[in-house]
Every structure is written in C-alpha cells, then in structure tokens.
Design a protein. Sequence first.
Length: 50
Amino acid sequence: MLSNDFRIHNFSERTMLPIQPANRKWIKLSRGVVKINVDAAIEEGKWGWV
C-alpha cells in the first residue's frame, strides 16, 4: 500500500523520524540591538520581500 511507503504522513503508524526535542526560549536582546525578520519569495524570475 502507498500509505505504508509514506508512513511519515500516516498518523495511524509510528513516525519514522525521531522527534528532536528543542530547547526554545526567548532571550531579551541587549540594549541597542535590533532584530529584523524578513520574508522573501521568488517566482518566474521576479522577487519580492516584506
């Protein structure tokens, strides 16, 4: 069955990839530091960011 080949997306079976625990914690930036997040996209030779 196709679902057996792609068990990673089959919620009725155990996952093939182990879950990696991540230690995520927000840390306040130092005074005078600015963090800027940018998203970009490229399609048919055109690009843009927001």
